[in-house]
Design a protein around this ligand. Structure first.
Ligand code: 13P
Length: 255
């Protein structure tokens, strides 16, 4: 499988951080540092920051994403935002299935599938997150967990639609802990995900498919992780909130 067939995608997941004014400030600092990057650069921000982000990225190639979306188009879902609403606002990307949504907000493989479906139906690009808990890794069931998350989320997704999907492999034990997966551990699972895509779709689809790693990726470990054949980018939490660190990761992906 040939890495040169794919353009790396570096996406920041800001989680529950930054006000609109701080969003403008951070994007204004990131912009000059990532100008001319040879990879796709995305910032996924809280809903209330989307407009500030879309305004701030003007004149750059940075894309804006949301961190979640509801599966219904509209209705009695207090506090939720639909994929349709995001699309209407001009948002391009959305994260589905982040482990924090699964752990703290009751997302299941089925609701992740429904959110992914709604996003694709509305022309959004999806960053679908999968990953095992530490205890599952210790039980040697990482690939069972990840495969079933991928298969359920992609049920009904056509090969054409798959072109709008990225998978972010995020081992839960590496998120926000400073404990990164080793480059070999990241590669092993990212490669297995690509093989799974080849089996579910085709070798061509798998060759073109972007698989990111996420979990304590930072300016110092990005090079080693992104050097791996099957690691096509990163979904970055903490380090995406610091312009120089995020830019260093973008630079590592642009080599
Ligand atoms: P950290 O980079 O802070 O570990 O977060 C990773 C993550 O959850 C990105 O979605």
């Amino acid at each position: 499988m040939n890495k040169s067939l794919r353009k790396a995608v570096i996406a920041g997941n800001w989680k529950m951080n930054k006000t609109p004014a701080e969003t403008t400030e951070l994007i204004n600092s990131i912009k000059p540092l990532v100008a001319g990057a040879d990879c796709e650069v995305v910032v996924c921000v809280p809903y209330i920051d989307l407009f500030a982000a879309m305004e701030a990225v003007k004149g750059s190639d940075i894309k804006v994403g949301a961190e979640n979306c509801h599966w219904a188009a509209s209705g009695a879902f207090t506090g939720e935002v639909s994929a349709q609403m995001l699309k209407a606002c001009g948002v391009e990307y959305v994260i589905t299935g982040h482990s924090e949504r699964r752990t703290y907000f009751g997302d299941t493989d089925k609701t992740v599938r429904d959110r992914t479906r709604a996003a694709l139906d509305n022309g959004l690009k999806v960053i679908l997150c999968v990953g095992e808990y530490l205890e599952q890794r210790e039980q040697n069931i990482t690939m069972e967990v990840v495969s079933s998350q991928v298969k359920i989320a992609l049920a009904g997704v056509t090969e054409e639609e798959l072109g709008n999907v990225i998978i972010a492999y995020e081992p839960v034990w590496a998120i926000g802990t400073g404990r990164t997966a080793t480059a070999d551990q990241a590669e092993e699972v990212c490669k297995a995900i690509r093989e799974l895509i080849a089996g579910l779709y085709s070798k061509e689809a798998a060759d073109a498919f972007v698989v990111q790693y996420g979990g304590s990726m930072n300016a110092s470990n990005a090079d080693e992780l992104l050097d791996k054949e099957d690691v096509d980018g990163g979904l970055i939490g903490g380090a995406s909130l610091k312009a120089p660190d995020f830019a260093a990761i973008v630079k590592a992906a642009s080599k």
